[in-house]
Design a protein around this ligand. Structure first.
Ligand SMILES: Nc1ncnc2c1ncn2[C@@H]1O[C@H](COP(=O)(O)OP(=O)(O)OP(=O)(O)O)[C@@H](O)[C@H]1O
Length: 955
């Protein structure tokens, strides 16, 4: 859209209107928000920035005024996109001077003079070679002439200072802070806003104010920059003006301490190799803050040559160059960036300025230098070999910036009035040429490696303490881990030692260990290895073997690595040992079974005993034969097979690491070490699993085998116990059988001795007998022994057998007593007091041994109730026994004369005094009876003998 003058945006042109004092109503052009025609072209490009004052009202009015015009039109939407063919040779802005155009808001007098008809439109093409390119179309409202220019940016009049800075200057300052040279210069007709754009029209105060231009904002950006670590930033500043081809130091007093300062008013440009052109004698101020810079610039602005011209009451009559050098210094590094902020004097047609005298010569000088600048640009634009930098002081000073090694941006300013058309065309053509000036910024960085090294060493030394402290903490951490590893390794070794000893020890400890584990799966400790991997990983994350790694850490790592290797090796050894042991055990067990199968072992003892050609042996054989049938071969084999059933040791080969472990220093990098450690860990895990599996299997197997063994042993012991029990029975029988006693007398061994030799040799726990066996034994014992004892007591009670027992006492000593010691339980609770002496048992002892309380009670009753007469009638030995028993029973002895018989044993009394024949007859009869009874008992007759007719208790 066209600019119009029928509305007002006081804020955007306030300074202009105030200065000119004539304009009070002006709209500062189309808004960026519209983006349709007019200045909105720039606004379209600027989408996202805050536009100052565009309104729809402005555009409506503007479009009505534009109707009928041959160029322009109501807006971009209604017009064809300008041809871009002319701009195809424009290279990307990254490798050339960046050019933008800014249109000053019209003054009031311009609006009045032109009637709101202006000559320029801006557009952003639909598609451009570069997305940020903008097009300005220049034409005259009253002619068909039309020129199109394409720039990097086209700023409408309402574009804020902030936007211009951000788009144009901020990237240049960024480059300077990175160590490149950068230049921002404003070029344009006088009075079009160069000084305003650069922000040095008046004294600068705050970079944050709305009107603050490039200079204050750039300084603020520099001082808010934070230098990288280890680099210090130094900023120096100089400020000159080129006035009528003289270079003046705006920051040096014109009068020095000697009275005058000649050099400050006319500085010379010199050239030095590696330094390029420089201003000799220029004062450079080191500044550390924005406020310092502000003070200096304001001082310089006071010194700046300004004079009102017809076109600009605040016209700058000189080119001003503010140079800000930013140097970053670090260990061995010097990086420098130079920022040139150039506010060129305004180009002008001398006739329009109506200058004369000094003003005229100023204008000529300005035009001459700008002309030289134009020539330089023209030469650069077409890549001329000769670039006339020396033609003016300005071009010489800008050589660094335009010569291609700096990052350069040009802001071309134009006025909006048609009256400025030719100057604007000239400016746009100059700017357009600049679009072709190549620029390839370079970094200004000097690196002194020696110096860097020395300084780093100093830094390192100073940082060493902190570093060491940090490393000692790290070290402690690793030490803790290493100690833990060592402890675990020790435990693992101890565990292995335990297993090793049990490996050789025959399984007892292995079983015990399995029991202690309570069925828990045993495991080879892999946590140590895992921790080591953790250390390696953490080292790896920390940068591997770089300088930053402390020796201590590497030492710790080395130790951990060694331990990991050791773990892997030992795990392999442990597996090998384990399986070897299992193999041996299995072989041994098989061999043992085979021996047993062949008839060796304990059965041979039994067989030996039974085969003895003596009464005892014969008796044993007769008594125990049925119990001691040897196992058949088939039975033995099935037992062996059962014991080895279920054991499948799948993989007996340990996992091994091939070859010797490399040294830590042999690894190329952390990754290689990590990879090897992972392999070690895999080896340890694999071996651990094999051990676990093996232990698990063998534990199960042993438990099975043990159960089998126990059942066999129980059976075997059962047989042993039966031997014992029967032996006891036989012993007792011996004690009552003089014939047997006589046979054994003088041998020095009784049945008890036999027991000591073989029967009790196992020392087994009779409780381990199963109930069935126990009961059977008990029943047999009771049936056999109790019956005999009862019979003996009965005889004793009648008196005659008591004599026999007493009489035989001397013969059987040492026979029975000892064997009772090992078998008290068999006669449950009876043998409270083991007998150590020999001879026939006393009634009291017999009572203790014999569980038949009925018999004992009868006996006791009998003794208690005996009268003196009864006792007197007893044989002398029996009298003593009875009296002793009575004493034990706590009975008061009656005087024998006074005693009344309580019962009468008639047959004995009656038979007393009978002849020898009768007596023998009786004995024969008894023997016959006894024999008969024995035969019955041998056949398992369980009948009670209480109905023995021979003996009767008479009350
Ligand atoms: N974008 C703008 N917005 C508002 N006012 C502006 C703008 N540009 C310039 N002006 C005003 O226009 C007047 C002239 O501006 P300035 O002095 O910056 O022009 P110049 O190009 O530097 O002129 P010279 O070359 O003569 O010094 C100043 O009063 C300034 O405030």
């Amino acid at each position: 859209m066209w600019l119009q003058n029928n509305s007002v945006d006081g804020s955007s042109v306030s300074s202009a209107s105030n200065n000119r004092n004539a304009w009070n109503s002006f709209t500062g052009g189309g808004g960026s928000g519209g983006g349709v025609g007019g200045w909105g072209g720039g606004g379209g490009r600027m989408r996202g920035y805050k536009a100052s004052s565009p309104t729809g009202t402005d555009r409506t009015a503007d479009s009505s005024m534009m109707s009928g015009r041959s160029f322009g039109g109501p807006g971009r939407a209604g017009r064809a996109t300008p041809s871009l063919s002319n701009y195809n040779n424009i290279t990307t802005s990254r490798s050339r001077v960046k050019v933008s155009m800014r249109v000053r808001p019209p003054f009031k007098d311009e609006i009045e003079a032109e009637g709101g008809k202006f000559y320029m439109t801006m557009e952003v093409p639909e598609r451009t070679k570069e997305a940020d390119l903008g097009i300005v179309v220049l034409g005259h409202p009253r002619s068909n002439k039309r020129r199109e220019f394409m720039f990097d940016h086209c700023f409408e009049p309402s574009t804020s200072q902030e936007v211009v800075f951000d788009v144009i200057a901020r990237p240049i300052v960024d480059d300077v802070l990175r160590g490149m040279n950068g230049t921002v210069f404003a070029y344009g007709q006088t009075g079009t806003g160069k000084t305003y754009t650069m922000g040095i029209l008046q004294t600068i105060k705050s970079a944050n104010s709305k009107d603050a231009g490039v200079v204050p904002r750039a300084l603020q950006q520099i001082f808010s920059h934070r230098a990288e670590n280890a680099l210090t930033m130094e900023v120096t500043m100089s400020f000159i003006q080129i006035y009528c081809e003289t270079i003046q130091d705006l920051l040096a007093p014109a009068i020095d301490y000697r009275g005058e300062n000649e050099t400050a008013g006319n500085l010379q440009i010199r050239e030095a190799p590696g330094k390029g052109f420089y201003v000799k004698g220029l004062t450079e101020y080191k500044i550390t803050s924005y406020s310092e810079a502000e003070g200096l610039i304001n001082l310089g602005l006071e010194n700046r040559a300004m004079a009102p011209t017809l076109m600009n009451v605040t016209s700058s009559r000189s080119h001003t160059v503010l140079t800000v050098k930013v140097v970053f210094v670090g260990p061995g590094v010097k990086r420098s960036g130079k920022l040139l902020l150039v506010d060129l004097a305004g180009s002008e047609r001398i006739r329009r300025t109506t200058s004369s005298g000094v003003r005229l010569s100023e204008a000529r000088s300005i035009n001459a230098s700008l002309s030289a600048l134009g020539n330089v640009i023209a030469a650069l634009a077409v890549d001329n070999k000769h670039v006339p930098f020396r033609d003016s002081k300005l071009t010489r000073l800008l050589q660094d910036s335009l010569g291609g090694s700096a990052s350069t941006a040009l802001i071309a300013t134009v006025g909006p009035a048609p009256v400025n058309e030719s100057e604007s065309l000239s400016t746009l053509m100059f700017a357009s040429r600049c679009m072709h000036v190549k620029s390839q910024p370079v970094f200004n960085e000097e690196i002194d490696y020696m110096d860097m090294c020395a300084k780093l060493q100093v830094q390192l030394a100073s940082a060493d303490q902190t570093y060491l402290k940090k490393m000692s903490v790290e070290s402690e951490k690793y030490e803790t881990i290493i100690h833990k590893l060592a402890a675990e390794l020790k435990n693992a070794r101890a565990g292995e030692g335990l297993r090793s000893s049990s490996f050789g020890g025959g399984g007892g400890e292995a079983e015990a260990a399995a029991k202690r584990r309570g069925g828990r799966r045993s495991s080879f400790s892999t946590s140590a290895a895992v921790d080591t991997i953790g250390i390696v990983r953490s080292i790896g994350k920390g940068g591997g073997f770089g300088e930053e790694n402390h020796d201590g850490v590497l030492g710790g790592l080395n130790l951990s690595y060694k331990m990991l290797c050791q773990c892997a090796d030992e795990s392999s050894t442990a597996v090998a040992k384990f399986y070897k042991w299992v193999g041996i055990q299995m072989e041994e067990l098989k061999a043992k079974e085979k021996r047993e199968e062949a008839g060796e072992g304990i059965r041979s003892v039994e067989a030996e005993s039974m085969n003895k050609n003596d009464t005892l042996g014969a008796g044993l054989k007769k008594s125990l034969g049925p119990h001691l049938q040897p196992l058949t071969k088939k039975e033995s084999r099935s037992r062996v097979e059962a014991r080895f059933e279920g054991i499948e040791l799948v993989d007996m080969e340990p996992t091994l690491m091939e070859g010797n472990h490399p040294e830590l220093s042999e690894f190329e990098n952390v990754e290689a070490l990590m990879s090897y450690c992972e392999k070690l860990l895999a080896c340890i895990r694999s071996n651990g699993e094999k051990l676990e599996l093996g232990l698990w299997q063998t534990t199960e197997w042993f438990l099975n085998v043990k159960e089998e063994l126990v059942s066999v042993n129980v059976e075997r012991r059962g047989r042993e116990e039966e031997v014992v029990n029967w032996s006891f029975v036989l012993k007792y029988l011996l004690s009552t059988n003089s014939k047997l006693r006589r046979k054994l007398a003088g041998r020095g061994e009784g049945v008890g001795g036999g027991g000591g030799r073989g029967v009790f040799a196992g020392g087994g726990d009779p409780n381990a007998l199963n109930t069935r066996t126990k009961m059977a034994v008990m029943e047999d014992l009771e049936d056999e022994a109790v019956a005999k004892i009862q019979a003996g007591f009965r005889k004793m009670a009648v008196g005659d057998d008591a004599v026999k027992m007493r009489g035989g006492g001397g013969e059987g000593e040492g026979g029975a007593g000892d064997s009772l010691v090992g078998t008290p339980q068999i006669i449950a609770g009876a043998a409270q007091t083991p007998r150590t002496g020999g001879g026939p048992m006393s009634p009291s002892s017999a009572r203790k041994i014999i569980p038949d309380t009925a018999v004992a009670s009868a006996l006791i009753e009998r003794v208690k109730n005996m009268t003196q007469e009864d006792i007197r009638n007893l044989p002398p030995g029996s009298q003593t026994k009875v009296l002793k028993l009575r004493t034990e029973l706590g009975l008061k002895e009656l005087p024998i004369e006074a005693a009344q018989p309580s019962f009468t044993i008639t047959p004995k009394v009656e038979n007393r005094g009978r002849g020898k024949k009768e007596k023998e007859k009786k004995i024969k009869k008894k023997k016959k009876k006894k024999k008969k009874r024995r035969e019955e008992e041998d056949e398992g007759d369980e009948e009670e003998e209480s109905s023995d007719e021979d003996y009767s208790f008479v009350k």
